[in-house]
Ligand binder design. Structure first.
Ligand SMILES: Nc1ncnc2c1ncn2[C@@H]1O[C@H](COP(=O)(O)OP(=O)(O)OP(=O)(O)O)[C@@H](O)[C@H]1O
Ligand SMILES: [Mg+2]
Length: 436
Protein backbone atom coordinates (compact mmCIF):
# COMPACT_ATOMS: atom_id res chain seq x y z
CA UNK A 1 0.00 0.00 0.00
CA UNK A 2 2.79 2.37 0.99
CA UNK A 3 4.67 1.52 -2.19
CA UNK A 4 1.61 2.19 -4.32
CA UNK A 5 1.42 5.59 -2.65
CA UNK A 6 4.94 6.27 -3.85
CA UNK A 7 3.84 5.41 -7.38
CA UNK A 8 0.91 7.77 -6.96
CA UNK A 9 3.31 10.57 -6.04
CA UNK A 10 5.33 9.96 -9.19
CA UNK A 11 2.30 9.69 -11.48
CA UNK A 12 -0.47 11.61 -9.67
CA UNK A 13 -3.94 12.08 -11.05
CA UNK A 14 -4.83 14.77 -8.55
CA UNK A 15 -2.51 17.47 -7.35
CA UNK A 16 0.71 18.83 -8.73
CA UNK A 17 3.35 16.29 -9.82
CA UNK A 18 6.97 16.90 -8.89
CA UNK A 19 8.98 14.19 -10.68
CA UNK A 20 6.79 14.21 -13.79
CA UNK A 21 5.87 17.90 -14.02
CA UNK A 22 6.24 19.12 -17.60
CA UNK A 23 6.39 22.76 -18.70
CA UNK A 24 3.80 22.60 -21.43
CA UNK A 25 4.84 24.14 -24.78
CA UNK A 26 8.30 25.04 -23.49
CA UNK A 27 6.79 26.99 -20.63
CA UNK A 28 4.66 29.30 -22.79
CA UNK A 29 1.50 28.73 -20.73
CA UNK A 30 3.36 29.35 -17.46
CA UNK A 31 4.88 32.52 -18.89
CA UNK A 32 1.48 33.80 -19.90
CA UNK A 33 0.11 33.37 -16.39
CA UNK A 34 3.24 34.90 -14.86
CA UNK A 35 2.90 37.93 -17.14
CA UNK A 36 -0.70 38.34 -15.98
CA UNK A 37 0.33 38.18 -12.34
CA UNK A 38 3.24 40.60 -12.80
CA UNK A 39 0.78 43.39 -13.50
CA UNK A 40 -1.27 43.84 -10.32
CA UNK A 41 -5.02 44.02 -10.54
CA UNK A 42 -5.45 41.72 -13.48
CA UNK A 43 -8.09 39.04 -13.74
CA UNK A 44 -6.30 35.95 -15.05
CA UNK A 45 -8.77 33.75 -16.86
CA UNK A 46 -7.58 30.14 -17.18
CA UNK A 47 -9.70 28.13 -19.59
CA UNK A 48 -9.19 24.58 -20.75
CA UNK A 49 -11.01 21.27 -20.86
CA UNK A 50 -11.52 19.11 -17.86
CA UNK A 51 -8.28 17.42 -16.68
CA UNK A 52 -6.04 19.49 -18.94
CA UNK A 53 -3.93 20.83 -16.07
CA UNK A 54 -5.56 24.14 -15.07
CA UNK A 55 -5.23 23.68 -11.30
CA UNK A 56 -1.72 22.25 -11.60
CA UNK A 57 -0.70 25.29 -13.65
CA UNK A 58 -1.78 27.94 -11.17
CA UNK A 59 -0.62 25.95 -8.14
CA UNK A 60 2.84 25.63 -9.63
CA UNK A 61 3.07 29.24 -10.76
CA UNK A 62 1.76 30.64 -7.46
CA UNK A 63 4.06 28.40 -5.41
CA UNK A 64 7.09 29.63 -7.38
CA UNK A 65 6.05 33.21 -6.66
CA UNK A 66 5.59 32.46 -2.96
CA UNK A 67 1.84 33.03 -3.22
CA UNK A 68 -1.00 30.93 -1.90
CA UNK A 69 -4.27 30.21 -3.66
CA UNK A 70 -7.57 30.79 -1.90
CA UNK A 71 -9.74 28.51 -4.03
CA UNK A 72 -13.51 28.89 -4.07
CA UNK A 73 -15.34 26.15 -5.98
CA UNK A 74 -18.49 27.25 -7.81
CA UNK A 75 -21.73 25.35 -8.16
CA UNK A 76 -25.13 25.95 -9.70
CA UNK A 77 -26.86 26.99 -6.49
CA UNK A 78 -24.37 29.69 -5.48
CA UNK A 79 -25.14 33.39 -5.55
CA UNK A 80 -22.51 36.12 -5.91
CA UNK A 81 -22.81 36.78 -2.17
CA UNK A 82 -22.12 33.10 -1.42
CA UNK A 83 -18.90 33.39 -3.37
CA UNK A 84 -17.67 36.50 -1.55
CA UNK A 85 -18.71 34.96 1.78
CA UNK A 86 -16.75 31.79 1.17
CA UNK A 87 -13.76 33.74 -0.09
CA UNK A 88 -13.83 35.93 3.02
CA UNK A 89 -14.06 32.92 5.31
CA UNK A 90 -11.13 31.25 3.62
CA UNK A 91 -9.08 34.44 3.57
CA UNK A 92 -9.72 34.84 7.26
CA UNK A 93 -8.72 31.25 7.90
CA UNK A 94 -5.46 31.81 6.02
CA UNK A 95 -4.71 34.86 8.11
CA UNK A 96 -5.34 33.13 11.40
CA UNK A 97 -3.53 29.92 10.51
CA UNK A 98 -0.46 31.79 9.38
CA UNK A 99 -0.32 34.16 12.33
CA UNK A 100 -1.93 32.58 15.36
CA UNK A 101 -1.26 29.77 17.78
CA UNK A 102 -2.64 26.26 17.44
CA UNK A 103 -5.42 26.87 19.92
CA UNK A 104 -6.65 29.93 18.11
CA UNK A 105 -6.54 28.05 14.81
CA UNK A 106 -8.94 25.48 16.22
CA UNK A 107 -11.25 28.20 17.41
CA UNK A 108 -11.33 29.93 14.06
CA UNK A 109 -11.91 26.70 12.19
CA UNK A 110 -14.99 25.92 14.21
CA UNK A 111 -16.29 29.48 14.21
CA UNK A 112 -18.92 31.06 12.03
CA UNK A 113 -18.25 33.98 9.77
CA UNK A 114 -19.79 36.36 12.28
CA UNK A 115 -17.20 35.49 14.88
CA UNK A 116 -14.32 35.21 12.44
CA UNK A 117 -14.11 38.54 10.72
CA UNK A 118 -12.26 40.20 13.52
CA UNK A 119 -9.60 41.59 11.20
CA UNK A 120 -12.18 43.71 9.41
CA UNK A 121 -12.41 45.76 12.56
CA UNK A 122 -9.08 47.29 11.74
CA UNK A 123 -9.56 48.02 8.07
CA UNK A 124 -9.45 51.50 6.66
CA UNK A 125 -13.00 51.42 5.45
CA UNK A 126 -12.24 53.09 2.15
CA UNK A 127 -12.86 50.14 -0.13
CA UNK A 128 -14.80 48.00 2.31
CA UNK A 129 -18.33 48.02 0.95
CA UNK A 130 -20.76 49.57 3.37
CA UNK A 131 -18.26 49.87 6.21
CA UNK A 132 -17.90 53.37 7.58
CA UNK A 133 -15.05 54.84 9.55
CA UNK A 134 -17.20 55.52 12.59
CA UNK A 135 -18.67 52.02 12.78
CA UNK A 136 -18.12 50.02 15.90
CA UNK A 137 -16.57 46.60 15.47
CA UNK A 138 -19.89 44.81 15.85
CA UNK A 139 -21.52 47.12 13.29
CA UNK A 140 -18.74 46.31 10.87
CA UNK A 141 -19.13 42.59 11.36
CA UNK A 142 -22.87 42.80 11.00
CA UNK A 143 -22.60 44.64 7.73
CA UNK A 144 -20.20 42.08 6.31
CA UNK A 145 -22.25 39.11 7.47
CA UNK A 146 -25.48 40.59 6.14
CA UNK A 147 -24.11 41.38 2.72
CA UNK A 148 -20.62 40.13 1.97
CA UNK A 149 -19.24 41.76 -1.15
CA UNK A 150 -16.19 41.90 -3.37
CA UNK A 151 -15.28 45.18 -1.69
CA UNK A 152 -14.64 43.40 1.60
CA UNK A 153 -12.16 41.19 -0.18
CA UNK A 154 -10.00 44.14 -1.11
CA UNK A 155 -8.91 44.38 2.50
CA UNK A 156 -8.60 40.64 2.91
CA UNK A 157 -6.48 40.07 -0.17
CA UNK A 158 -4.93 43.45 -0.88
CA UNK A 159 -1.62 43.26 0.95
CA UNK A 160 -1.60 39.52 1.62
CA UNK A 161 0.31 36.77 -0.17
CA UNK A 162 -3.00 35.10 -1.06
CA UNK A 163 -4.80 35.13 -4.40
CA UNK A 164 -8.49 34.46 -4.83
CA UNK A 165 -9.12 31.63 -7.32
CA UNK A 166 -12.64 31.01 -8.53
CA UNK A 167 -12.71 27.37 -9.68
CA UNK A 168 -15.32 25.77 -11.99
CA UNK A 169 -16.80 29.09 -13.05
CA UNK A 170 -18.89 27.27 -15.70
CA UNK A 171 -21.16 25.79 -13.02
CA UNK A 172 -22.56 29.16 -11.89
CA UNK A 173 -25.94 30.17 -13.27
CA UNK A 174 -25.48 32.58 -16.22
CA UNK A 175 -27.14 35.44 -14.32
CA UNK A 176 -24.78 34.91 -11.36
CA UNK A 177 -21.77 34.84 -13.68
CA UNK A 178 -22.73 38.27 -14.97
CA UNK A 179 -23.19 39.74 -11.51
CA UNK A 180 -19.90 38.31 -10.26
CA UNK A 181 -18.00 39.92 -13.11
CA UNK A 182 -19.75 43.24 -12.61
CA UNK A 183 -18.73 43.18 -8.96
CA UNK A 184 -15.17 42.27 -9.89
CA UNK A 185 -14.50 45.91 -10.81
CA UNK A 186 -13.67 46.89 -7.24
CA UNK A 187 -10.95 44.22 -7.07
CA UNK A 188 -9.43 45.42 -10.30
CA UNK A 189 -9.69 49.09 -9.33
CA UNK A 190 -7.83 48.30 -6.11
CA UNK A 191 -5.05 46.35 -7.85
CA UNK A 192 -6.08 42.98 -6.40
CA UNK A 193 -4.98 40.18 -8.75
CA UNK A 194 -7.34 37.24 -9.07
CA UNK A 195 -7.70 34.03 -11.05
CA UNK A 196 -10.85 32.55 -12.59
CA UNK A 197 -10.79 28.94 -13.84
CA UNK A 198 -13.33 27.26 -16.09
CA UNK A 199 -13.83 24.72 -18.82
CA UNK A 200 -16.05 26.88 -20.97
CA UNK A 201 -15.33 30.10 -22.85
CA UNK A 202 -18.40 31.78 -21.43
CA UNK A 203 -16.26 33.48 -18.83
CA UNK A 204 -14.19 35.24 -21.48
CA UNK A 205 -17.35 36.19 -23.37
CA UNK A 206 -18.84 37.85 -20.28
CA UNK A 207 -15.56 39.49 -19.40
CA UNK A 208 -15.32 40.95 -22.89
CA UNK A 209 -18.88 42.23 -22.65
CA UNK A 210 -18.00 44.18 -19.47
CA UNK A 211 -16.41 47.44 -20.55
CA UNK A 212 -14.89 48.11 -17.11
CA UNK A 213 -12.89 44.88 -17.40
CA UNK A 214 -11.48 45.87 -20.80
CA UNK A 215 -7.72 45.60 -20.89
CA UNK A 216 -7.57 44.05 -17.42
CA UNK A 217 -8.10 40.43 -18.46
CA UNK A 218 -5.22 38.04 -19.04
CA UNK A 219 -6.55 35.01 -20.91
CA UNK A 220 -4.61 31.76 -20.47
CA UNK A 221 -6.07 29.05 -22.64
CA UNK A 222 -4.78 25.53 -22.07
CA UNK A 223 -4.80 23.95 -25.46
CA UNK A 224 -4.61 20.30 -26.29
CA UNK A 225 -1.38 18.74 -25.02
CA UNK A 226 0.88 17.79 -27.90
CA UNK A 227 2.30 14.29 -28.13
CA UNK A 228 5.86 15.40 -27.37
CA UNK A 229 4.87 17.06 -24.07
CA UNK A 230 2.89 13.97 -23.05
CA UNK A 231 5.86 11.75 -23.93
CA UNK A 232 7.96 13.91 -21.64
CA UNK A 233 5.76 12.85 -18.67
CA UNK A 234 6.37 9.19 -19.59
CA UNK A 235 10.11 9.71 -20.02
CA UNK A 236 10.57 11.58 -16.73
CA UNK A 237 8.61 9.02 -14.70
CA UNK A 238 10.07 5.89 -16.27
CA UNK A 239 13.62 7.26 -16.04
CA UNK A 240 13.12 8.05 -12.37
CA UNK A 241 11.88 4.51 -11.72
CA UNK A 242 14.64 2.95 -13.86
CA UNK A 243 12.34 1.28 -16.38
CA UNK A 244 12.98 1.38 -20.12
CA UNK A 245 9.85 2.00 -22.18
CA UNK A 246 10.44 1.75 -25.92
CA UNK A 247 9.42 4.35 -28.50
CA UNK A 248 6.29 2.47 -29.61
CA UNK A 249 4.99 2.27 -26.04
CA UNK A 250 5.69 5.94 -25.38
CA UNK A 251 4.01 6.96 -28.61
CA UNK A 252 0.94 4.76 -28.05
CA UNK A 253 0.36 6.08 -24.52
CA UNK A 254 0.82 9.70 -25.62
CA UNK A 255 -1.44 9.35 -28.67
CA UNK A 256 -4.17 7.53 -26.78
CA UNK A 257 -4.29 10.04 -23.90
CA UNK A 258 -6.78 12.28 -25.75
CA UNK A 259 -4.46 15.26 -25.19
CA UNK A 260 -4.83 14.97 -21.40
CA UNK A 261 -1.87 14.72 -18.99
CA UNK A 262 -4.13 13.12 -16.36
CA UNK A 263 -4.68 10.10 -18.61
CA UNK A 264 -0.96 9.76 -19.43
CA UNK A 265 -0.18 9.84 -15.72
CA UNK A 266 -2.72 7.17 -14.83
CA UNK A 267 -1.80 4.86 -17.70
CA UNK A 268 1.89 5.07 -16.71
CA UNK A 269 1.05 4.32 -13.09
CA UNK A 270 -1.03 1.29 -14.04
CA UNK A 271 1.63 0.04 -16.43
CA UNK A 272 4.28 0.24 -13.71
CA UNK A 273 2.00 -1.69 -11.36
CA UNK A 274 1.54 -4.34 -14.04
CA UNK A 275 5.33 -4.56 -14.32
CA UNK A 276 5.54 -4.96 -10.56
CA UNK A 277 7.48 -1.70 -10.21
CA UNK A 278 6.26 0.47 -7.35
CA UNK A 279 9.45 2.37 -6.51
CA UNK A 280 12.80 3.13 -8.19
CA UNK A 281 14.50 -0.18 -9.10
CA UNK A 282 18.13 -0.83 -8.19
CA UNK A 283 19.03 -2.18 -11.59
CA UNK A 284 17.54 -0.67 -14.74
CA UNK A 285 14.66 -2.80 -16.02
CA UNK A 286 15.24 -3.40 -19.70
CA UNK A 287 13.04 -6.34 -20.53
CA UNK A 288 10.73 -6.22 -23.52
CA UNK A 289 7.23 -5.12 -22.65
CA UNK A 290 4.51 -6.36 -25.01
CA UNK A 291 2.44 -3.56 -26.53
CA UNK A 292 -0.74 -5.47 -25.73
CA UNK A 293 -0.03 -4.76 -22.05
CA UNK A 294 -0.44 -1.08 -22.85
CA UNK A 295 -3.77 -1.81 -24.57
CA UNK A 296 -4.89 -3.76 -21.50
CA UNK A 297 -3.94 -0.87 -19.25
CA UNK A 298 -5.75 1.63 -21.49
CA UNK A 299 -8.87 -0.49 -21.25
CA UNK A 300 -8.49 -0.78 -17.48
CA UNK A 301 -8.17 2.97 -16.99
CA UNK A 302 -11.08 3.73 -19.36
CA UNK A 303 -13.34 1.17 -17.74
CA UNK A 304 -12.57 2.23 -14.16
CA UNK A 305 -11.62 5.90 -13.77
CA UNK A 306 -13.44 7.13 -16.88
CA UNK A 307 -16.38 4.74 -16.88
CA UNK A 308 -18.85 7.15 -15.32
CA UNK A 309 -18.85 9.63 -18.13
CA UNK A 310 -20.14 7.12 -20.69
CA UNK A 311 -23.51 6.11 -19.30
CA UNK A 312 -24.35 9.77 -18.70
CA UNK A 313 -23.35 11.11 -22.07
CA UNK A 314 -23.24 8.19 -24.44
CA UNK A 315 -26.41 6.61 -23.07
CA UNK A 316 -28.30 9.77 -23.83
CA UNK A 317 -26.72 10.36 -27.20
CA UNK A 318 -27.70 6.92 -28.47
CA UNK A 319 -31.20 7.25 -27.01
CA UNK A 320 -33.54 6.36 -29.92
CA UNK A 321 -36.10 8.96 -28.88
CA UNK A 322 -33.60 11.77 -29.19
CA UNK A 323 -33.57 12.69 -32.88
CA UNK A 324 -33.72 15.92 -34.88
CA UNK A 325 -31.17 18.30 -33.42
CA UNK A 326 -29.55 15.27 -31.84
CA UNK A 327 -28.14 14.12 -35.14
CA UNK A 328 -26.29 17.39 -35.74
CA UNK A 329 -24.92 17.25 -32.20
CA UNK A 330 -23.73 13.67 -32.79
CA UNK A 331 -22.07 14.58 -36.06
CA UNK A 332 -20.15 17.49 -34.58
CA UNK A 333 -19.17 15.47 -31.54
CA UNK A 334 -17.96 12.59 -33.66
CA UNK A 335 -15.81 14.93 -35.77
CA UNK A 336 -13.72 15.50 -32.60
CA UNK A 337 -13.23 11.76 -32.16
CA UNK A 338 -11.64 11.35 -35.59
CA UNK A 339 -7.86 11.14 -35.78
CA UNK A 340 -6.00 13.17 -34.78
CA UNK A 341 -8.19 13.95 -31.77
CA UNK A 342 -8.89 17.66 -31.38
CA UNK A 343 -9.82 19.99 -28.52
CA UNK A 344 -11.14 22.76 -30.76
CA UNK A 345 -12.33 22.90 -34.38
CA UNK A 346 -13.62 25.62 -36.66
CA UNK A 347 -16.80 24.81 -38.55
CA UNK A 348 -14.91 24.40 -41.86
CA UNK A 349 -12.60 21.94 -40.07
CA UNK A 350 -15.59 20.02 -38.75
CA UNK A 351 -16.92 19.82 -42.30
CA UNK A 352 -13.60 18.74 -43.76
CA UNK A 353 -13.16 15.99 -41.16
CA UNK A 354 -16.67 14.71 -41.68
CA UNK A 355 -16.32 14.80 -45.47
CA UNK A 356 -13.18 12.69 -45.24
CA UNK A 357 -14.58 10.08 -42.88
CA UNK A 358 -18.31 10.19 -43.31
CA UNK A 359 -19.60 6.78 -44.31
CA UNK A 360 -21.82 6.97 -47.37
CA UNK A 361 -25.03 6.40 -45.42
CA UNK A 362 -24.65 9.74 -43.61
CA UNK A 363 -24.93 13.15 -45.22
CA UNK A 364 -23.18 16.19 -43.72
CA UNK A 365 -25.23 18.48 -41.48
CA UNK A 366 -26.96 21.42 -43.18
CA UNK A 367 -25.63 24.90 -42.27
CA UNK A 368 -28.95 25.92 -40.72
CA UNK A 369 -29.01 22.82 -38.53
CA UNK A 370 -25.49 23.56 -37.32
CA UNK A 371 -26.31 27.18 -36.38
CA UNK A 372 -29.53 26.08 -34.74
CA UNK A 373 -27.71 23.43 -32.74
CA UNK A 374 -24.92 25.78 -31.62
CA UNK A 375 -27.39 28.50 -30.63
CA UNK A 376 -29.30 26.00 -28.53
CA UNK A 377 -26.26 24.20 -27.16
CA UNK A 378 -27.01 25.04 -23.52
CA UNK A 379 -30.52 23.66 -23.71
CA UNK A 380 -29.46 20.53 -25.60
CA UNK A 381 -26.72 19.76 -23.12
CA UNK A 382 -29.04 20.33 -20.19
CA UNK A 383 -31.16 17.56 -21.70
CA UNK A 384 -28.17 15.24 -22.14
CA UNK A 385 -27.11 16.00 -18.58
CA UNK A 386 -23.50 16.81 -19.44
CA UNK A 387 -21.77 19.59 -21.38
CA UNK A 388 -19.42 17.99 -23.89
CA UNK A 389 -19.25 20.85 -26.38
CA UNK A 390 -18.69 24.59 -26.03
CA UNK A 391 -19.17 27.24 -28.74
CA UNK A 392 -17.11 30.41 -28.80
CA UNK A 393 -18.85 32.85 -31.05
CA UNK A 394 -15.99 35.39 -31.10
CA UNK A 395 -13.43 32.86 -32.22
CA UNK A 396 -15.97 30.85 -34.23
CA UNK A 397 -14.62 27.65 -32.70
CA UNK A 398 -16.30 24.60 -31.21
CA UNK A 399 -14.47 23.17 -28.19
CA UNK A 400 -14.76 19.80 -26.49
CA UNK A 401 -14.93 20.32 -22.73
CA UNK A 402 -14.58 16.66 -21.75
CA UNK A 403 -11.91 15.10 -23.99
CA UNK A 404 -11.87 12.09 -21.65
CA UNK A 405 -15.17 11.19 -23.33
CA UNK A 406 -13.18 10.51 -26.50
CA UNK A 407 -10.76 8.36 -24.53
CA UNK A 408 -13.54 6.30 -22.95
CA UNK A 409 -15.21 5.89 -26.34
CA UNK A 410 -12.01 4.46 -27.78
CA UNK A 411 -11.24 2.10 -24.91
CA UNK A 412 -14.59 1.10 -23.46
CA UNK A 413 -14.05 -2.45 -24.71
CA UNK A 414 -10.88 -4.58 -24.53
CA UNK A 415 -8.98 -4.26 -27.82
CA UNK A 416 -6.12 -5.92 -29.68
CA UNK A 417 -5.18 -2.58 -31.23
CA UNK A 418 -6.24 1.07 -30.94
CA UNK A 419 -9.58 1.93 -32.53
CA UNK A 420 -9.51 3.47 -36.00
CA UNK A 421 -11.33 6.75 -36.72
CA UNK A 422 -14.14 4.89 -38.41
CA UNK A 423 -14.59 2.55 -35.43
CA UNK A 424 -15.13 5.49 -33.11
CA UNK A 425 -17.24 7.39 -35.58
CA UNK A 426 -19.46 4.33 -35.92
CA UNK A 427 -19.86 4.12 -32.17
CA UNK A 428 -21.55 7.49 -32.16
CA UNK A 429 -23.17 7.56 -35.58
CA UNK A 430 -23.63 3.83 -36.17
CA UNK A 431 -25.87 3.62 -33.17
CA UNK A 432 -27.61 6.71 -34.43
CA UNK A 433 -28.82 4.83 -37.50
CA UNK A 434 -30.80 2.58 -35.14
CA UNK A 435 -32.58 5.59 -33.73
CA UNK A 436 -35.05 6.33 -36.51
N1 LIG B 1 2.19 20.35 -16.29
C1 LIG B 1 1.91 19.07 -15.99
N2 LIG B 1 2.88 18.13 -16.05
C2 LIG B 1 2.60 16.84 -15.79
N3 LIG B 1 1.39 16.40 -15.41
C3 LIG B 1 0.38 17.29 -15.34
C4 LIG B 1 0.58 18.66 -15.62
N4 LIG B 1 -0.59 19.31 -15.49
C5 LIG B 1 -1.50 18.37 -15.12
N5 LIG B 1 -0.91 17.17 -15.02
C6 LIG B 1 -1.55 15.91 -14.59
O1 LIG B 1 -2.94 15.98 -14.81
C7 LIG B 1 -3.64 15.84 -13.57
C8 LIG B 1 -4.87 16.70 -13.61
O2 LIG B 1 -4.48 18.04 -13.66
P1 LIG B 1 -5.37 19.19 -13.03
O3 LIG B 1 -6.09 18.71 -11.85
O4 LIG B 1 -4.48 20.38 -12.90
O5 LIG B 1 -6.41 19.43 -14.23
P2 LIG B 1 -7.65 20.42 -14.24
O6 LIG B 1 -7.71 20.99 -15.61
O7 LIG B 1 -7.55 21.37 -13.10
O8 LIG B 1 -8.83 19.37 -14.02
P3 LIG B 1 -10.35 19.68 -13.58
O9 LIG B 1 -11.04 20.16 -14.81
O10 LIG B 1 -10.84 18.35 -13.12
O11 LIG B 1 -10.30 20.71 -12.50
C9 LIG B 1 -2.62 16.21 -12.50
O12 LIG B 1 -2.89 15.58 -11.26
C10 LIG B 1 -1.32 15.73 -13.11
O13 LIG B 1 -1.12 14.38 -12.83
MG1 LIG C 1 -8.89 21.69 -11.50
Amino acid sequence: MKEENELFKIFPTGGCPSVTYVKKQDGRVENKLNDGLDDRGRLCLITGPSKSGKTTLYERVLAKRGLKAIPVGCNGSMSAEDIWREALEKAEFERTTSSETGEQKEASLGGKISSKLGWLVGVSGEASGGIKRGDTSSERKQRVVAKPSSAHLVDAMGESDCILVLEDFQYLQPAVQKVVFQQWKVLIDNSVSTIVVGTSHRASDIAKANSHLAGRICGVNIKQWNTEDLKEIIIKGSRYLGVALDAEIRKTIALESAGLPAITQEVCRELMKKLGVTKPVEERLDREIPIRWVYQVLYKVASTSYARILPRAYGRIVDPSWTGRGRTYDLILSSFALNPLAFSLSLPEVRRRLAEELPLRESPPADDDVSDMLNNLGEIQDEIGIALLDWNIHRQLVYITEPSFLFSLRWRKPKERPASSVDVFDQIMGDFSKKS
